[in-house]
Design a protein around this ligand. Structure first.
Ligand code: SF4
Length: 291
């Protein structure tokens, strides 16, 4: 990848976003680019991995390495990449359906390992790509295409799950607060360990309940209150607050050894730079078998 001066323009992907005008995901894309710019990370040091869904098209819209993987599988792919080359800044992205439905098992295991990667979930409380069915974060009573009489299921609480599973940077952002979101994303990428940002990212086409005005009426910033983001008990309490008031900001941050720090195989540097220890004939045979 060619090295060029790092600007917002230089981080633009070759493909223009195909999202509906006004989709919250535009704000997340912009914040991700601004955070990379703020941290001064060249594009060849960034890998963006996604699953499937509207938001999972994001890797195509940014100039960095990218993988558009399978439904719910962004985190296993991101894990593999982070372990193969822990010099990379690995950012997994996707939606609530992708990450908290089919991808839920991976979500928990990636966090309990405290892998050094960032996961940004564009949470719109609905399945947007498939035109408006209830997702794992759809609120109770919400009438969707798949719940015409109102959703009877309780929504998952991603922040509480993250805290209980071992994530060491847990935050919530809102697409309608772009500068605040950029700060959270930059903090997450700079953090050593698993960082989750659950972003309220409205689906303007299929979710007519959780709209920008709905969120604007409810969100408040944790930093505007006397809040200690090193206090796990306080963070757990906040993580369940979902009603008339919705906290955004950094809920919790802790410095703990990462998976990469504790795995002896990685102590000599990134795996991609270590000799394979295979003679050329065996290597050729292995490659032939897998090509
Ligand atoms: Fe965004 Fe919803 Fe349109 Fe998908 S359907 S691009 S989530 S507004």
């Amino acid at each position: 990848m060619a090295t060029a001066e790092l600007t917002l323009q230089s981080l633009e992907g070759e493909v223009h976003p195909d999202w509906c005008p006004g989709c919250g995901d535009f704000g997340v894309l912009k914040s991700l680019k601004e955070a990379i710019l703020e941290l001064g990370i060249p594009p060849h040091k960034v890998l963006v991995v996604s699953g499937i869904g509207c938001s999972s098209n994001l890797p195509g819209f940014i100039h960095a390495y990218g993988v558009h993987s399978l439904h719910g599988r962004a985190l296993p792919v991101a894990t593999g990449a982070a372990l193969a080359n822990h010099d990379l800044h690995v950012v997994a992205v996707g939606g609530d359906g992708d990450g908290f439905g089919i991808g839920m098992g991976h979500f928990i295991h990636a966090m309990r390992r405290n892998l050094n990667l960032t996961y940004i979930v564009m949470d719109n409380e609905i399945y947007g790509l498939t035109t408006g069915q209830a997702s794992p974060t759809t609120t109770e009573g919400h009438k969707t295409k798949s719940t015409p009489r109102g959703n009877v299921e309780k929504p998952v609480q991603p922040l509480a799950l993250a805290l209980a599973s071992g994530a060491t940077y847990v935050a919530r952002g809102f697409s309608g607060e772009p500068k605040h979101l950029t700060k959270l994303v930059a903090g997450a990428i700079a953090h050593q360990g698993f960082s989750l940002i659950d972003v309220f990212s409205p689906c303007v086409t299929f979710n007519k309940v959780n709209t920008y005005p709905w969120f604007k009426e409810r969100v408040y910033k944790l930093e505007d209150e006397a809040y200690d983001s090193t206090d796990l008990t306080a963070a757990l309490q906040k993580s369940f607050e979902f009603g008339k008031r919705l906290p955004i900001g950094l809920l919790y941050q802790a410095q703990k050894p990462t998976y990469e720090d504790t795995e002896p195989v990685l102590s000599k540097g990134p795996l991609v730079e270590q000799p394979l220890g295979l003679d050329p004939k065996t290597l050729a045979a292995l490659l032939a078998e897998t090509m």
